[in-house]
Design a protein around this ligand. Structure first.
Ligand code: NDP
Length: 298
């Protein structure tokens, strides 16, 4: 039985993509071509291939151009860096996304930091991370930005709220904490060494789970009435659906958490769709900034 309000990321993301598409048309008229995103996929990771296909389809559907670069799994770092250099210098490309994870022979940090910060639509470049941390204009990582939009839509002003972010990765946990701090939340970042995680989480008005452990955050981690954002996407066996079948689940045990929370995001249909919507938004913003073009609010 769900008592909590369901935060519908799918519906919110569809409206955001509509606004992005309107603004993309506006920008296309100003700069004489659609905003363009280059997507680089190295190797044959099945999940990455699905993510890349979705990103390309959604980019095109929003009236932007998408250019795909597929490289073999044994591609060397120098070859990938040469491609990034080419894309950095290509005036017809506004955003560059390198799908992670990369094969072992490639240093991910070196690749991320080779992308020119102005085209870094994932917001992972150390310059964009630094700008975010110091409150300067930056391209913000898509998943935490999507979480922030959902929180603001549901709660309005976040100022003064206690937020606990479980997970300290560079792509989710840390930028999420920075965004919440910017909104004047009192922020705690928890991780695998945190002591008494359940008690800490139970102090949170906003609880963000970005752990990568299926259904780890149960109802006893949740403060009554709290807003719970489940970033996790985990594929777990679902024998009830048939032999060899899987289902997607979050890092939050939905039923027990929803019985205590005030509001909660589902998996799927919560944070996931927001990530792609924010990628499209970042591509549009990057293109507008590159051409110093003014477009309406997104
Ligand atoms: P990482 O594996 O990079 O980070 C996981 C974090 O969780 C680490 O900081 C780790 O701590 C912490 N952690 C692990 N186990 C525990 C534990 N038992 N108690 C407390 N903290 C723990 O994952 P990501 O940040 O990349 O992703 C997190 C989740 O979000 C995954 O499920 C991923 O699939 C999902 N995801 C979803 C996206 C979306 O679009 N919705 C996009 C990106 C990710 P430590 O640092 O100490 O090891």
């Amino acid at each position: 039985m769900t008592d909590a309000t369901l935060i519908d990321g799918k519906a919110f993301s569809e409206k955001l993509v509509e606004r992005v598409a309107e603004r993309a048309a506006e920008l296309s008229a100003i700069i004489g071509r659609p905003p363009a995103l280059a997507v680089v996929l190295v190797g044959d990771n099945a999940a990455s291939a699905v993510y890349v296909r979705n990103k390309i389809e959604r980019t095109t559907a929003a009236g932007m151009r998408s250019v795909e670069h597929r490289l073999d799994a044994d591609t060397g770092q120098a070859e990938l860096l040469a491609l990034i250099d080419e894309l950095n210098n290509d005036d017809g490309i506004d955003g560059i996304l390198v799908q992670l994870p990369l094969p072992d022979q490639i240093d991910e940090d070196a690749v991320i930091n080779a992308i020119t910060p102005d085209k870094d639509v994932d917001g992972f470049h150390v310059v964009n991370a630094g700008r975010l941390a110091t409150g300067q204009d930056s391209l913000v990582p898509c998943t935490p930005f999507g979480c922030l939009l959902l929180l603001q839509d549901h709660l309005g002003d976040l100022s003064g709220l206690n937020a606990v972010v479980v997970g300290r990765s560079n792509i989710v946990g840390k930028p999420m904490a920075q965004l919440l701090l910017q909104q004047s939340c009192t922020v705690t970042i928890a991780h695998s060494r945190t002591r008494d995680l359940a008690a800490l989480c139970a102090t949170a008005d906003i609880l963000v789970a970005a752990v990568g452990r299926p259904e780890m955050i149960t109802g006893d981690f949740v403060k009554p009435g709290a807003t719970v954002i489940d970033v996790g996407i985990n594929r777990v066996p679902a024998p009830e659906r048939g032999e060899g079948k899987f289902r997607l689940t979050g890092d939050v045990d939905f039923d027990s958490a929803a019985a205590v929370a005030g509001a909660i995001t589902p998996v799927p249909g919560g944070v996931g769709p927001m990530t792609i919507a924010c990628l499209l938004r970042n591509t549009l913003v990057a293109a507008a900034r590159r051409f110093d073009a003014t477009i309406g609010e997104i």
